[in-house]
Design a binder for this molecule. Sequence first.
Ligand code: UDX
Ligand code: UDX
Length: 464
Amino acid sequence: MIQSICCIGAGYVGGPTMAVIAQKCPEIKVTVVDISKTRIDAWNQADLDKLPVYEPGLKEVVAEARGRNLFFSTNVEKGIREAQMIFISVNTPTKTYGIGKGMAADLKYVELCARQIAELANEDKIVVEKSTLPVRTAQSIKTILSNNGNGYHFEVLSNPEFLAEGTAIGDLHNPDRILIGGEQTTGGLKAIEALSSIYAHWVPREKILQTKVWSSELSKLTANAFLAQRISSINSISALCERTGADVDEIARAIGADSRIGKKFLKASVGFGGSCFQKDILNLVYLCHHFNLPEVADYWEQVIKMNDYQKHRFAKQIIDTLFNTVSGKKIAFLGWAFKKDTNDTRESAAIYVAHELLQDKAEIHIYDPKVTKEQIERDLQQLTSNCPEPHEEVTVHVHTDPYVAMDKAHAIAVLTEWDEFRNYNWQTIYENVYKPAFIFDGRNILDATKLKEIGFGLKTIGKG
Ligand code: UDX
Ligand code: UDX
């Protein structure tokens, strides 16, 4: 029976996942460690509204378990030493250098974790990959552990996380499935069972799928690739709808009613973002090339290309509509997060759209209900440092009041589907913006009939 767990990495995955395990398994001590003191301090904040991750329902779970059997600490060594089972939940960004640059996953943090576990181990341990990793990483982790591990025995399991941000707590409480991959040896099967029995505290046994380790690793990449592919597919149709006069939302409803297709993930948008889809598909593409399957690689790469096209199309439509230039014009952005109900901005479509508009010398005014000014500034700084043609001057303003952000704007662009945007006083907003008044709804969430009645020129995704 497992009595103590440690998780390395207190991010969007490690934090909420461990909070729920601690909530559901009060007899297990769960310690989440991270090298970032700022992150850990934020997790330990008395004020639960200041946790580093915003997720509906998360603060209630943390309130219940923190201090009882859930602990956050920067003492990585102690965390590792005291745990029987160690989750690796550190980030695995796309490599920005050397072989596989721009495609392969950078596994340096994962490798560092494995080396550290090996060095500190004082008993047999089970190591669980929670981070999304390329196929066969478990094998590399195992090799490092068994060559450096003071003679102790290690089992390495793959247990990918399928939670989506913004609904993480619901997804963790009621997962469609839990996937656990491990070696099909006596030790491997025992480790799989040890982890299964943790989830079995609240997940029905039939939803806990046990597989070979490589199937589990590849399932995660495949799941994300399929989900992203649906979005790129519907977005490709949105472009055709705009030319032909069909309505992409009506098409989504019509095809989604086919039970073989299903209705989820058919919402046309300005493009998908988030820390996973692009990174995981690039990773899959890299793997296919590595295993000399260029046709398969090209097939999946097209999902990313279509997403880039969608973001570009949106920015271009703004520029075209505003008489071919946004230079010196005030463009108000509603939303900066990559989706609603999260403060995460990684790969957000808003960043790419901002980039194109800034290159055309726009002045951008941003309002997002949950993303901090500091985060937006970091995103923009990164944009400037990655850009071969830096913007001469970054003219961006971040607001805490949406009405101020939109005041005297030449155009308003909806980048994230936050619910509150629907309920603004659009009549007042109309009176305070330049005419002709344009709204570009990149999420198709606003009441089109009402806005048109007020007098707005409304551009949506996929409606001719
Ligand atoms: C996760 C997964 O782990 C990744 O594989 C998945 O595909 C995306 O989501 P996430 O939790 O979202 O990552 O990442 P992040 O919020 O960046 O958290 C990672 C944490 O690990 C950070 O707080 C970082 O400080 C910490 N870390 C990183 C360590 O503690 N040690 C390290 O060596 C590296
Ligand atoms: C995704 C997977 O859903 C999850 O299973 C995995 O563990 C991590 O990656 P996440 O990125 O957090 O989760 O959010 P998701 O809800 O999948 O949305 C990703 C992006 O796609 C967002 O930018 C969202 O706005 C966009 N999206 C989603 C659409 O544009 N249309 C849709 O129909 C659905």
